[in-house]
Design a protein around this ligand. Structure first.
Ligand SMILES: Cc1cc2nc3c(=O)[nH]c(=O)nc-3n(C[C@H](O)[C@H](O)[C@H](O)COP(=O)(O)OP(=O)(O)OC[C@H]3O[C@@H](n4cnc5c(N)ncnc54)[C@H](O)[C@@H]3O)c2cc1C
Length: 567
């Protein structure tokens, strides 16, 4: 391996880049990960055999390339999981798995299946007997509001109207008409965007508090880009039109049920959570000669305008000099020891604000200003291991369990934004799934704020008091708990986000620097986008192209993770 690529960050983007480089080039990847966890935001934390997914990661993509890639690492299940029968899940099992391994060292030595070079053709794995397997899971997520469940995204059905109360529904209708008669002209901020589509009353019931929990600022200060992405194609008009169509349909009940399940109802999920995917990839990268260095933080990026005869030779016009990354400085997080690594390429998945800050010489002042003005939202999870839930739904007996993967907590009186029920993501996330429920209370916070700094024991107490308050669980059932903090989980679409173009333009002048991934490009994305940006960067290297603008054109929409296309 003659050339070296340093990859800053061992999340989905960084590991995809390392894998693709090993598969398609003879360039040596060196992944430097600042923490002791593989997978970045898509890691899985193991607390005494109970695993936490930071956010709940559905594996789903419109990109064939990504889906194929995932199934090549963890093939789809060929037999039921531990809970399939008991919960009556309908799963499409695979019959066969065809896996193309990265190198001979990655080939398993279990003698299973037929081999042809690096390709193994075998019976699809049984999750009860094997670990390297992707599960297919049913999706259910609802809004819990004042001890009632509502569909997410909100749909206007008879049940919803009944739960909201008839008067309330009537006023929601009036407020919608008002918004239609005199819509707000300027829709550039979220409050106006939502009100024009749903009316003020519905906006205040189902959108305002949750959105403000996520971003920590009023909707009137959040650019509508984010809302537009989340509720694309959704409006009260559409919801009501659907409701009327249902009323006129010959089978009203069936039409209503179909409408309530107009969501993507299944997704894929590694047996042990998203981190399982990325730990497997990291393992293969290491076996094939790539380097993955943990607790190794990139603290300096050296670049200079250098003459590169090889590059000059390839150009039509004579170019005398070109800005290039020459080396990075890494720091061992444990010992503080520093080291300089010369590199031919740098893939950066670190937050843009950090990257620009650590570049020497200092980039142009405008670029530094925009980078330092980028804003992030941070994330905390309180993991609670409990004997059972105690979900108090109006008109029903308290339920010891709920069928949801995750639940949106709409109430403004509590800080918890969502509740994950990890048993429903994969039965293998929970050490004793038959006798315990393993949940995650999710908080959107700012690094250094009151909740972020709260000692773990107090935070656990606070979390328990909140879920008791909304009628979801009882303190006496809690067996164990832990707290996780994830900095910079959400790149915000405010601050200097509007001027991101300046960063893009500057970094594109350095052809051996590749900004990829979520914070690497300051993009509110899913894993598939991070992976596709890394793949595109490697495509460029393979093709010998020095124009990396196509990485910024990679588009993987958020919205398809939510709704099915109407049939
Ligand atoms: C709550 C939540 C729910 C989500 N749900 C889904 C979902 O359902 N499906 C889905 O596909 N996606 C989901 N995502 C998005 C998904 O987590 C991201 O798209 C993905 O993790 C981004 O990968 P990445 O490699 O670009 O960045 P990251 O995962 O952020 O990885 C970057 C890595 O770089 C490391 N790093 C940072 N600075 C340095 C440094 N100076 N030196 C070395 N290393 C450094 C970090 O420690 C981290 O490990 C969700 C995200 C959140 C926050």
């Amino acid at each position: 391996m003659s050339k070296i690529t340093v990859i800053a960050g061992g999340g989905p983007a960084g590991l995809t880049a390392a894998y693709e480089l090993l598969k398609r080039t003879d360039i040596q990847p060196i992944v430097c990960e600042a923490t002791d966890a593989i997978g970045g935001i898509a890691q899985t934390y193991n607390y005494k055999g109970n695993r936490i997914d930071i956010g709940g990661h559905r594996f789903f993509s419109k990109s064939e390339r990504v889906m194929h890639w995932w199934f090549n690492i963890l093939p789809l299940q060929g037999a039921p999981a531990a809970d399939t029968e008991e919960l009556g899940h309908e799963i499409d099992f695979a019959a066969e798995a065809v896996i193309e391994y990265l190198c001979p060292e990655c080939l398993p030595d279990d003698g299973v299946g037929k081999r042809n070079g690096l390709t193994v053709r075998r019976k699809a794995p049984d999750p009860e007997r094997e670990d390297q397997v992707m599960l297919q899971r049913p999706r259910k997520s609802r809004i819990f509001y004042r001890k009632n469940f509502f569909p997410y995204p909100i749909a206007i059905t008879l049940t919803v109207a009944r739960r909201l109360g008839l008067w309330n529904t009537f006023f929601i209708g009036l407020s919608y008409i008002k918004a239609q008669v005199s819509p707000r002209k300027d829709e550039s901020y979220l409050d106006a965007f939502f009100i024009n589509r749903f009316g003020r009353r519905l906006y205040e019931t189902f959108f305002r508090d949750y959105t403000e929990k996520v971003w920590g600022i009023p909707c009137s200060e959040i650019k509508s880009d984010w809302g537009a992405q989340r509720v694309k194609g959704l409006s009260l008009k559409r919801a009501v039109t659907h409701a009327i169509k249902d009323l006129l349909s010959s089978d009203f009940k069936k039409a209503q049920e179909e409408r309530e399940t107009s969501l993507i109802t299944r997704f894929y999920y590694p047996k042990f959570g998203p981190g399982h995917m990325w730990e497997t990839v990291a393992d293969q990268v290491r076996r094939c000669g790539g380097v993955v260095r943990m607790q190794t933080k990139i603290v300096g990026v050296q670049w200079s305008v250098v003459r590169d005869p090889e590059r000059e030779g390839r150009r039509q016009k004579a170019v005398t000099a070109q800005p290039l990354i020459t080396s990075v400085t890494v720091e061992n997080v444990d010992t503080g020891e520093r080291e300089e690594i010369s590199c031919d390429y740098l893939f950066s998945t670190v937050p843009i604000s950090h990257l620009i800050q650590m570049m020497h010489p200092v980039p142009p002042s405008d670029v530094v200003r925009v980078a330092s003005g980028l804003i992030y939202r941070d994330f905390m999870t309180v993991g609670l291991l409990t004997r059972k839930l105690h979900v108090e739904e109006k008109g029903k007996e308290p339920a010891p369990m709920a069928p949801d993967n995750w639940i949106y907590v709409q109430e403004g009186q509590v800080r918890v934004g969502r509740i994950q029920i990890f048993n429903n993501w994969s039965p293998y996330l929970v050490a004793d799934r038959k006798n315990t429920v393993w949940i995650g209370l999710e908080y959107f916070v700012n690094e250094g704020d009151e909740l972020w700094n709260m000692p773990d024991a107090k935070m656990i107490e606070f979390g328990i008091s909140e879920v008791e308050k909304i009628g979801f669980m009882r303190e006496e059932d809690v067996l164990d708990a832990c707290v996780l903090r994830m900095p910079k989980a959400y790149p915000a679409y405010f601050g200097t986000y509007d001027e991101l173009e300046k960063i893009r333009e500057f970094t594109l002048t350095i052809p051996n620097l590749f900004l990829v991934g979520r914070n690497g490009m300051h993009r509110y994305n899913n894993q598939d986008h991070s992976m596709l940006t890394a793949m595109t960067a490697v495509d460029n290297i393979v093709a010998g192209s020095e124009d990396n603008a196509n990485i910024w054109e990679v588009n993987a929409e958020q919205v398809y993770h939510e709704e099915k296309k109407p049939s």
